[in-house]
Design a protein around this ligand. Sequence first.
Ligand SMILES: Nc1ncnc2c1ncn2[C@@H]1O[C@H](COP(=O)(O)OP(=O)(O)OP(=O)(O)O)[C@@H](O)[C@H]1O
Ligand SMILES: [Mg+2]
Length: 567
Amino acid sequence: MELRILVHAPRGRDAAVVQTVLSGQGITTHACQSQDQLIRCMSDGAAGAILTEEALPELLADDRLLRWLGAQPPWSDFPFVVLATKREGRRAAKDVQTLHSLGNMILLERPLNAETLVSAAESAVRERRRQYVTRQHLDEISQTRNQLERLNAELEQRIAQRTRELASANDRLMKEIAERERAQAALTQVQKMEAIGRLTGGIAHDFNNLLHVVNMNLELVSMYAKEEKVKPVVERAKSAAKRGSKLTSQLLSFARSQSLLPRLVHVNKLLLGMRDLLEISAGAGVEVKLDLCDEPNPVVVDPSQLEMAVLNLAVNSRDAMPEGGTLTISTCNRVRHEADGELKPGDYLVVTVSDTGAGIPQQLLSKVFDPFFTTKAVGSGTGLGLSQVYGFARQSGGLAFVRSEMGKGTSVEMHFPLAPADAEEVREKGPSELQRASGNARRILVVEDDADVRRVIVECLGLIGYSVREAPNGTEGLAALRESTPDLLMVDYAMPDMTGAEVISKAREIVGNIPVILATGYADMAHVERLAGKPNILRKPFDITTLGDAVAGALAKAESATAATNP
Ligand SMILES: Nc1ncnc2c1ncn2[C@@H]1O[C@H](COP(=O)(O)OP(=O)(O)OP(=O)(O)O)[C@@H](O)[C@H]1O
Ligand SMILES: [Mg+2]
């Protein structure tokens, strides 16, 4: 259909003649009677149209044909062959303009020559074919462009999708890195504390033994001294030794090697009892507030260590508030449903000491629990206060935290596991006079590796009235035990061949349940309890009175236990 030639020659026989001539040359033709029909056929497809000039005024009477021509696609320039009207002279300008308005037009003068007509028709078909080829190219180009645009859009979509995926992977990675760094920092902090703890623990143990020897020998000097003026000298030396032993005690606390004497403590009661001491320690410009919870809060801790911890915190707060402020000590019970860091799930008592002082810079927060870390002037701080707090809380099964904001204040929390309902009360004994051994001398075996410590203990026990044998280590101690059974065994904890706990456990295998005193400043209490149950603990450094009390107490307890089993 696209290669047919339309013929519009409404008058006379022109249409029939043209069709006959062209069909004779194999050109398809189609006659159109009206403007309507012509435009419809052009729209359906044709290679060109042959018109008579006389038909033009009617064809162009309205602008439909010209509009159709103006609306052709870019590849199309519809060819016309116009059979001119016979005339004398030149055409009027208007008629020329009408002819040109058709655009792609060939004018054939009449009378028509068949060859000219065929050649004009063939040339129109050829030209139209070229236009169709152009159409095909343009279609292909447009299809390729569409495809390209689709691919581009797809590509952009995929790039956007990929970018989103990369961004979210990157986010996840950054989160994981941050989490790992946090965990690593926490682990490093714990490892650092453990390592420093072990180091300080070892040094403190040796130092504690030295102080113990100094202390007890000073007591012996004051007992033996005939001259009155020796006494105040000895007192001064003892007070210096006492200060030294406070320091070693803080170090041992930090190392979590303090031989704690835990007992059931009602913390609110203990804090109320400390109120005066706290007010004196805090100084005049600082208001002391106790904000104690209503619930009972018994915990099993060493009360003197707890007092020391609260006092250390109060003194720190006082130092942070030189212009005055408020020191608040509060207690509350808290249930922990999930494990958090080093804390197991369970019921905890939280003791918080907070102040309205200067605060601690963020970058120092991870250092304040380190032993010897201090920002105070040389001579005013040892840097052991918070170390004692931390070590004591850890050794009591809890933990200590510090929070601080510069210019606003600091609060330190100590978490202790609440005591089980069946925990036992222990009655505190008041200070007593030196108890001399009565009646026939009881036999005591002292096992202690440090010769100086051993000598002074043996001498003091002898002075009190006991008959004493000694051994420098566990092996010799057990041999002496086999030779003859003493009434009481007194052992040191840290000894090179076997620990005091091991000596006690083996001694019980040999001679049964004899009274035992573990004299130590430094002990792994979990290890002791595993091997030797809960022996009587005598914390070094001790004085002669405490030694006498401990021995007399242990012997009396054993006697009453024997009396109960053999009435
Ligand atoms: N409440 C507080 N406000 C501001 N800074 C504090 C507070 N508590 C502790 N610090 C900082 O932490 C450091 C360590 O405290 P820590 O109690 O261990 O040692 P210290 O107070 O310097 O010496 P001492 O052994 O005499 O207690 C202090 O030097 C101080 O810089
Ligand atoms: Mg301090």
